[in-house]
Design a binder for this molecule. Structure first.
Ligand code: FES
Length: 110
């Protein structure tokens, strides 16, 4: 029964940007980008599998988990500096992260 309670737990994702803090809810089956997108916050991404590093953002507080995925898009220095890849990261606790970059505007081609 204790395991079931833990599985159903939701976590708070707080985005910090300058003096602003905005919080979102995360459910265990969603990665961080999916949780933000479900609540209307779009984030820049490309590969969606932890390989390219485009979604790179800094973890200020809390713990994340990559499960069986490997964050190949992070180099050793970035890991040591607390960067994470939210496209494959799931919350293990409430977290506070740097607001990830927004998607690039679409180009209008002639
Ligand atoms: S979108 Fe490529 S590592 Fe996150």
């Amino acid at each position: 029964m204790q395991e079931k309670i833990m599985e159903d737990k939701t976590f708070k994702i707080t985005l910090s940007q300058s003096d602003q803090r905005i919080s979102y809810q995360s459910i265990p089956e969603e990665n961080i980008i999916e949780s933000l997108a479900r609540q209307g916050r779009e984030v820049r991404k490309a590969c969606d599998n932890g390989a390219c590093g485009v979604c790179l953002t800094r973890l200020y507080a809390g713990e994340i988990d990559y499960g069986l995925r490997e964050p190949f898009g992070l180099n050793q220095k970035e890991r040591e500096q607390g960067y994470i890849l939210p496209c494959i990261a799931h919350c293990k606790t409430d977290i506070e992260i740097e607001a990830p970059p927004a998607p690039r505007p679409k180009r209008n081609r002639p």
